[in-house]
Design a protein around this ligand. Structure first.
Ligand code: SF4
Length: 287
């Protein structure tokens, strides 16, 4: 959308906002710098980088309030669950709203008059139109320009390729539990230091997040980044063959999610409900 705006296909945006969880892959930060240099700056569109902190550090800091990531949990009795995802709201939506309020000159907690709002573009393509949603506050009105253009993901890739941006990396936290095996393999096979980083983090959150433990709500089960609920360093992230799939008794949908990750992933204003989620202190997992 930034390129479409810079190139006049869409109207010129006043700003682009990047909500930084502090734990994106190196390639994403490098790509963002490139977009800023080559596209945003020449078009006069400022990129505003906003943040609520570093999600990785916060998870491991007993002194820091932490909005939980969607971790896979294995209870002591073998029951499986997930911790509730609060991170998208905390690390993406919250700092974006704060910045928008600043831009409107109504910083929190000022009441914003009804007729004062921004138009916010969310980059949903036609393949995922079901993710398009309204904002939950009146001072932001969501628009979905890619839907208006009837652009699919393939159209976006074609356009990016035409601009020399075919290698646009996918933005998400390096250790996001929504990754599929393809993403885990990509990290393992292309960036040993980032792989070591996620393996270390996975081991460090086995008992849940540090603050909850410090506050006495210990996880009685164990938490994992990988869907298999096996430590990431040993998790089965290589291709699952049809025979293995049959042995594991997983159907085609489950196999697809394993390989490609959770379809609706993480993006502000596009998440579906967290139907199966639990907090660290429910699900009978905590003291
Ligand atoms: S990318 Fe994953 S871990 Fe990061 S904020 Fe989104 S859901 Fe949470």
């Amino acid at each position: 959308m930034l390129a479409l705006s810079a190139n006049g296909v869409l109207p010129k945006a006043d700003y682009a906002i990047f909500a930084d969880t502090g734990w994106e892959p190196r390639a994403v930060y490098q790509h963002l710098d490139r977009l800023e240099r080559e596209i945003a700056e020449p078009a006069g569109i400022p990129i505003l980088r906003v943040s609520s902190g570093n999600i990785r550090n916060d998870a491991l800091d007993p002194a820091h309030r932490f909005a939980s990531m969607p971790l896979y949990v294995l209870n002591q009795n073998g029951k499986q669950g997930m911790t509730r995802r609060q991170c998208t709201g905390e690390y993406k939506i919250k700092p974006i709203k704060k910045k928008v309020r600043e831009l409107l000159e109504y910083p929190y907690p000022a009441r914003i008059p009804k007729d004062v709002f921004v138009e916010q573009w969310v980059g949903i393509s036609t393949d995922e139109f079901h993710r398009a949603k309204d904002a939950d506050v009146k001072y932001m009105r969501n628009r979905h320009p890619l839907l208006d253009l009837s652009w699919s993901r393939a159209d976006c890739v074609r356009y990016l390729t035409s601009l020399g941006l075919a290698d646009t990396p996918k933005s998400s936290c390096l250790g996001c539990p929504f990754h599929g095996n393809a993403q885990w393999r990509h990290i393992r096979d292309t960036s040993p230091s980032e792989w070591a980083d996620v393996v270390e983090f996975d081991a460090a959150i086995r008992q849940g997040n540090a603050r909850a433990n410090a506050a006495g709500s210990r996880l009685l089960g164990e938490a994992f980044l990988h869907r298999s609920r096996v430590p990431l360093s040993q998790a089965p992230i290589d291709h699952v063959t049809a025979a293995e799939r049959a042995a594991l008794r997983i159907d085609a949908d489950e196999a697809h999610a394993l390989e490609n990750g959770v379809e609706d992933g993480c993006s502000p204003w596009t998440c579906r409900g967290d139907a199966d989620a639990l907090t660290q202190d429910d699900f009978g997992l905590a003291t």
